[in-house]
Design a binder for this molecule. Structure first.
Ligand code: IPD
Ligand code: CA
Length: 257
């Protein structure tokens, strides 16, 4: 394969999608149901428009693509680009300005590059494995939480409610790719989703960025989270800035009835 500069592909693709979708932000048109995706959820107009742009750009590169609506596109390459053209579709169609483009590249199973572009504030987050995480080109890092003052994003669906009483703030922003970048830049101390609901397309790039920024990212048993390059596989995730927070979550999970 010819040499590809992934940061250029990711940013220019994000900008193309931005141009097409921003006029649809918060409109009825954006939410029109146009089909069903590989995990059985509805595909809305905005999902389709943004995915079509991504595919028309990535297919000519000859790479495999995993995307939320279409699933796995096997182009027989060693490289797989796993994307969510719009993470936070509900926010987008409802006029809540927290949504992003998520883009991660793997060579076979190894991560090569990750990017999340948060449209409304125009923030471009990147992970370069072994070199760190960046926001608009500047290095970012998780913060050291102040005990008792932690802020977590916690998708619970009724599980481990005790955790809520052990931290100061809980924020559920509805776009987990964005929330993982907030963990990476030290705006949140953890992102936890134990609904067995998120897919690798939602979190692949965010996990790379959070890890490169120093976060610990595990499954619900505290083992390093391994991402499958799939659009339908459901997973749980515990991503935190410090080990004591991981232990706190695991303790609550163990005490579950
Ligand atoms: C959703 C967001 C949300 C998470 C859901 C995802 P989508 O992605 O990431 O934070 O709670 O599980 O489905 O469907 O809006 O791209
Ligand atoms: Ca999506």
């Amino acid at each position: 394969m010819m040499e590809v500069i992934w940061s250029e592909v990711a940013l220019s693709l994000a900008k193309d999608i931005e141009k097409a979708v921003i006029p649809l932000f918060g409109t009825k048109k954006a939410a029109e149901v146009v089909g069903e995706n590989v995990s059985g959820d509805t595909t809305e107009y905005v999902d389709k428009v943004s995915e079509d742009i991504a595919l028309s750009r990535l297919n000519p590169l000859g790479v495999n693509v995993v995307s939320e609506e279409i699933g796995f596109v096997d182009n027989g390459s060693d490289y797989t680009v796993i994307i969510d053209p719009i993470d936070g579709s509900y926010n987008f169609t409802s006029g809540i300005p927290i949504f992003a483009f998520s883009f991660a590249v793997f060579k076979n199973e190894k991560p090569v590059y990750g990017a999340v572009y948060e449209f409304i504030p125009g923030k471009f987050y990147e992970a370069i494995p072994g070199k760190g995480a960046f926001m608009n080109g500047k290095p970012i890092r998780v913060r050291k939480p102040e005990r008792g003052k932690e802020a977590l994003s916690f998708y619970t669906r009724g599980r481990c409610m005790g955790l809520i009483g052990r931290v100061k703030r809980v924020r559920v922003l509805g776009a987990i790719a964005v929330e993982l970048t907030y963990l990476a830049k030290g705006a949140l101390d953890g992102v936890i989703d134990i609904r067995n609901y998120v897919r690798p397309t939602d979190i692949a790039a965010g996990v790379l960025i959070a890890r490169e920024a120093g976060a610990i990212v595990t499954d619900e048993r505290g083992r390093d989270l391994r991402l499958k390059l799939s659009a339908s596989e459901k997973t749980n995730i515990i991503a935190v800035s410090e080990r004591y927070l991981l232990n706190m979550v695991l303790e609550e999970l163990e005490n579950e009835p």
